[in-house]
Write a new protein. Structure first.
Length: 328
């Protein structure tokens, strides 16, 4: 007699699909997986960039070579990296910057208007960790948000969530380059994603738009970059860059603004809206002599803490010289 078989049990979801679902439930815009080993090309390219002095005065960057070459040092038994990204674009913040000159305000890069992304992504990664440890008992993880010497961009490229743009930003076909990256290093063996093909083609709009000529194809000279000059650089900024800095108080979005993949951006569900720290609304003239205490109080919990009070005063002096109406 022929045996009658019952219905087949439903296929069990893969670890990768469970992780992707959990990451999206937490609020991440993109998620992909890759092996813990960085691209063999990553370290030599970075080392040459540092050797040529393109990193400017960021002396902390050359450190941690061991972890950069072997991120597994951050977690015993590490096998994979879960790469996540959050879209941070906000139309309200971009329009706020467009109206800055008319209101005698300086421009602040979109990413720095609200809460510090390090804090936001760390909270989100901690929630993802808890979800994954429920799904995979005994799982070991290590969350990283721009705080360890690993190549976040390289992992994002290998995981297939973005490609490398000619302005050295990673670009998602859905969200453009308005994305923050984070990583969850884990001892779980996961199937790696497929890297995306670059869709930049012959476009060089980002290179041509840079006010200081800091960009070549896939190469940034931080010494000329307005973001570096107004955020990371300590001391005075060489006069040759003052005119190009214009009214930028903190950072610069120009090479992203002109990118074709940023022309129809999605509003961020996490960083969207008009939430802004008080400094973004201050007149340039009022920042010329802002005290250390007042700056620290107003910038606390935002990315703007990075440039310190003396940096914002210096940037305000340059902006005021470029926009005489902003002087008190």
């Amino acid at each position: 007699m022929k045996e009658i078989s019952g219905p087949k049990p439903p296929a069990q979801p893969s670890p990768e699909s469970l992780i992707e679902s959990a990451a999206r439930e937490v609020g991440f815009s993109l998620v992909g997986m890759t092996r813990v080993s960085p691209s063999p090309r990553s370290s030599p390219v970075f080392e040459r960039w540092v050797r040529e002095g393109k990193h400017g005065g960021m002396g902390f960057l050359p450190g941690g070579a061991g972890k950069r070459k072997n991120p597994g040092l951050l977690l015993e038994g590490a096998k994979s990296v879960v790469c996540v990204a959050v879209n941070y674009y906000s139309r309200a913040k971009e329009e706020w910057n467009r109206g800055a000159a008319a209101d005698d305000r300086g421009c602040v890069a979109i990413y720095a208007h609200g809460r510090d992304y390090h804090d936001v992504l760390t909270e989100m990664l901690k929630e993802l960790e808890q979800r994954l440890k429920t799904l995979f008992p005994g799982l070991k993880t290590r969350a990283v948000v721009d705080t360890e010497p690993i190549s976040e961009r390289d992992f994002a490229l290998q995981a297939g969530i973005a490609w490398l743009g000619k302005n050295t930003c990673v670009i998602s076909p859905v969200y453009g380059s308005w994305i923050f990256l984070g990583e969850l290093i884990t001892d779980l063996a996961l199937e790696p994603g497929t890297p995306l093909q670059s869709l930049c083609g012959t476009c060089t709009k980002c290179i041509g738009s840079c006010p200081t000529g800091a960009l070549e194809e896939y190469l940034l000279d931080a010494n000329k970059c307005i973001a570096y000059l107004t955020i990371e650089k300590r001391g005075e900024i060489h006069g040759e860059f003052h005119e190009a800095i214009d009214g930028n108080l903190f950072g610069c979005d120009e090479c992203q603004r002109v990118c074709p993949y940023n022309k129809a951006p999605h509003e961020s569900l996490v960083f969207g809206g008009g939430d802004r720290n008080a400094i973004t609304g201050m007149r340039i003239g009022d920042l010329l002599d802002i005290s250390d205490d007042d700056f620290e109080k107003l910038a606390r919990g935002t990315a703007m803490e990075r440039c310190k009070a003396e940096g914002i005063r210096r940037n305000a002096r340059i902006a005021a010289a470029n926009r005489p109406s902003s002087r008190r």
